[in-house]
Write a new protein. Structure first.
Length: 84
């Protein structure tokens, strides 16, 4: 459909913010932007997976906090500055 889902957009933004929270001190600004953008895609993928598996999560709390938080922790190891 040609209609924006405001809840999904808000959750995607929140997923990006959750993704960068773990590594905000140890990554460069360009990496923080990339981690946040990828976090939005992680949210969308996790949300679609929960629907496909028929797992009831009406607020997408796992997709936002669980999946994006996990991605954020992994992203610290990938994008941290060398001195860390």
């Amino acid at each position: 459909s040609h209609v924006w889902d405001v809840v999904a957009v808000g959750n995607g933004v929140l997923g990006g913010l959750v993704s960068i929270t773990a590594g905000c001190v140890v990554v460069d600004p360009w990496a923080a932007i990339l981690i946040g953008i990828l976090g939005g895609f992680v949210y969308k993928g996790a949300s679609m997976l929960l629907v496909k598996l028929k797992i009831d999560d009406p607020l997408d709390a796992f997709a936002v906090h669980g999946a994006c938080g996990f991605w954020g922790v992994l992203a610290v190891g990938v994008f941290a500055r060398p001195e860390y």
